[in-house]
Design a protein around this ligand. Structure first.
Ligand code: PGA
Length: 252
């Protein structure tokens, strides 16, 4: 059996409640015939419960959070725990997104704790990583990705990895309009499977979904998704337009 096909939309800090609900209902309408594709949206924390309620009976459509605390509970003003997310119907959480690593200085140690908390609360993790422009230019992209994966994933077991998806997001492609070519994406995704195979097993490497993220849109998704080791996309900007997001869902 082949791997799942997945399209995930990271809304970042966009939409208000009404806009969020309108967007979900349009995406729902425009994508319901694509039940073979797993759809996940990552709205802001404040709308997660509403979003989940509005999708209650929708097939293969899940809600996720863009972040969670590395702590389980207590005096951490402003933080949101994995248990809270689980209790409002979240099934997924993003960990390691480059904006969290860069703007909020999240370290590998914090990412490990976030993943531990997420898994403990039955959330599936989409672990994000990818090289900076200078690293790509200097030919260090494979080395960087290897380190990002090893530093975090070596702390988990193969059965824990079974509850995780990976998202390769070259930082130079995020929100820039510049996309990795299908050749660059395929080459890196195949390399990621090799690392997973070395760290765990070839069975896990073959079964783990690996998404591509970074200016993936309605125009380039089909070519990217046709690559043998690309199982779908983590979409930022284009996930805020229902028509574009649905076109991406229809791109397999
Ligand atoms: P983008 O964002 O599609 O706007 O480049 C991708 C992401 O940050 O996940």
């Amino acid at each position: 059996m082949g791997r799942k096909k997945i399209v995930a939309g990271n809304w970042k800090m966009n939409t208000n409640l009404n806009e969020a609900l309108d967007l979900i209902s349009e995406i729902k309408k425009g994508s319901e015939q694509f039940y073979g594709v797993e759809k996940i949206i990552f709205p802001p924390f404040t709308f997660l419960k509403n979003a989940n309620d509005s999708l209650a009976t929708t097939t293969a459509f899940f809600i996720g959070a863009q972040n969670c605390s590395e702590h389980s509970k207590g005096a951490f003003t402003g933080e949101v725990s994995a248990e809270m997310l689980s209790s409002v119907g979240c099934k997924f959480v993003l960990v390691g997104h480059s904006e969290r690593r860069t703007f909020f200085k999240e370290s590998d140690e914090q990412l490990i704790l976030k993943i531990q908390n997420a898994l403990k609360n039955n959330l599936h993790v989409i672990f994000c990583f990818g090289e900076q422009l200078e690293e790509r230019k200097g030919g260090k992209h494979f080395e960087t990705v290897k380190k990002q994966l090893e530093n975090v994933l070596k702390n988990f077991s193969e059965s824990e990895l079974n509850k995780m998806y990976l998202a390769y997001e070259p930082v130079w492609a995020i929100g820039t309009g510049e996309t990795a070519t299908p050749q660059q994406a395929q080459e890196m995704h195949a390399y990621i499977r090799k690392i997973i195979s070395e760290l765990f097993s070839s069975a896990l490497a073959q079964n783990t979904p690996i998404l591509y993220g970074g200016s993936c849109n309605a125009q380039n998704a089909r070519e990217l998704f046709s690559c043998a080791d690309v199982d779908g996309g983590l979409i930022g900007g284009a996930s805020l337009k229902a028509a574009d997001f649905c076109k991406i869902i229809a791109s397999f």
